[in-house]
Design a protein around this ligand. Structure first.
Ligand SMILES: NC(=O)c1ccc[n+]([C@@H]2O[C@H](COP(=O)([O-])OP(=O)(O)OC[C@H]3O[C@@H](n4cnc5c(N)ncnc54)[C@H](OP(=O)(O)O)[C@@H]3O)[C@@H](O)[C@H]2O)c1
Length: 328
């Protein structure tokens, strides 16, 4: 495993995304459940993964509750990063949200506390005033943001009056723009955390017109029939590079993300095997020409325009009501 400075600690360049834990959208309760969490965390620990990303919204708190149940409060290995929802971004709101997260996590502090999404109605000065208080009370070590543009990240830092050390954004071979956009801010004190680095499983290469994912991903345009052709062009390049490294395509997806300086990835996983495979991607050293080939194919990827048919919309609405009851 390779490590990167994340504030006062070194964090693994491959972390563990914990949206899956506690979230029905990802098959929690049907494909995997509470009995599997300890094995997932042990696989992460054994592979050198130490950053775990969660959020108050994941499974309506269940992700944090599961982590709190399985990770002892005095555990020195794992760095917990959680996020405040956009409707909790007033100074008092964010403090209450952090207290509630810490209670579910069964700990007195967390390493990183992130603003999950911007809220254009609540001034950043109020949010960051709350963050300052949380830092002075040592409930959080560091402040981060998520889904912020470069300009908004810079404004957040000015409002905090101290480093906002991370910005967590959608970044993968199918969403390759964020690195260039955020690059001016990236340095040894500012890290981009890539979420959905395997495009929610699409870049594992296991899904196609015959093999569909389970759960609500089916309703996403990226997983629609016609889009697989476009993804295939990216996968073809990934497959030939994977052969050079005797690696899996999913590992090439991650190796490309973390080949960028000051970038780490937090793939989600539902089994210890996936955790181990993802962690091993940190040891893959892509050559410059391989990175260029991947950059090139990523820049030509265009998602298929998906116009949902009426029955798909109806199905989506039914599913949305079901999943919104449990998840984000
Ligand atoms: N800040 C935000 O707004 C935001 C948004 C989204 C996610 N996130 C965070 O980022 C994390 C990761 O993003 P994500 O879960 O959306 O997408 P992802 O990491 O790209 O994909 C995760 C999914 O890919 C499949 N997978 C994982 N490892 C695999 C392997 N080795 N081989 C084959 N398939 C594998 C698994 O699903 P299947 O096996 O079912 O295919 C897994 O659930 C989340 O857990 C969350 O912590 C943050």
């Amino acid at each position: 495993m390779r490590y990167i400075t994340l504030g006062s600690r070194e964090a693994s360049v491959i972390g563990l995304g914990a949206w899956q834990i506690g979230t029905r959208y990802w098959g929690w309760g049907t494909e995997f459940g509470p009995d599997n969490v300890s094995a997932l965390l042990e696989a992460a620990r054994d592979a050198g993964i130490n950053l775990i990303d969660t959020a108050e919204i994941y499974g309506q708190g269940e992700s944090e509750r599961q982590l709190g149940y399985h990770i002892p409060p005095d555990d020195e290995h794992f760095l917990i990063a959680s996020k405040a929802s956009p409707w909790h971004l007033t100074a008092s709101g964010i403090r209450r949200a952090a207290d509630n997260s810490l209670q579910r996590l069964q700990r007195t502090s967390m390493h990183l506390y992130q603003v999950h999404f911007p809220n254009i109605v609540i001034p950043l000065s109020r949010t960051m005033a709350g963050m300052r208080t949380l830092q002075s009370e040592t409930k959080i070590s560091h402040v981060g943001v998520s889904n912020f543009s470069l300009a908004r990240w810079q404004r957040a830092e000015r409002a905090l009056g101290a480093p906002v050390i991370t910005n967590q954004v959608d970044y993968s071979l199918l969403r390759p723009r964020a690195f260039t956009a955020l690059r001016p801010m990236l340095d040894d004190g500012h890290v981009m955390i890539a979420y959905s680095p395997m495009a929610m499983g699409l870049l594992s290469g296991k899904y196609n017109t015959e093999q569909h994912p389970t759960g609500s991903r089916l309703q996403l345009p990226a997983f629609s029939g016609r889009n697989y052709e476009n993804v295939r062009r990216v996968l073809d390049v990934m497959e030939s590079i994977a052969k050079n490294h005797t690696a899996m395509v999913s590992q090439i997806a991650l190796a490309w993300v973390i080949a960028h300086p000051n970038v780490m990835a937090i793939p989600g996983a539902k089994s210890p095997e996936q955790v181990r495979q993802n962690a091993a991607a940190a040891d893959i050293q892509l050559s410059e020409s391989e990175v260029t080939a991947l950059d090139e194919v990523a820049s030509t990827y265009k998602p298929a325009l998906h116009v949902p048919r009426p029955f798909e919309v109806a199905k989506w609405l039914v599913n949305r009501d079901k999943t919104c009851a449990d998840d984000q």
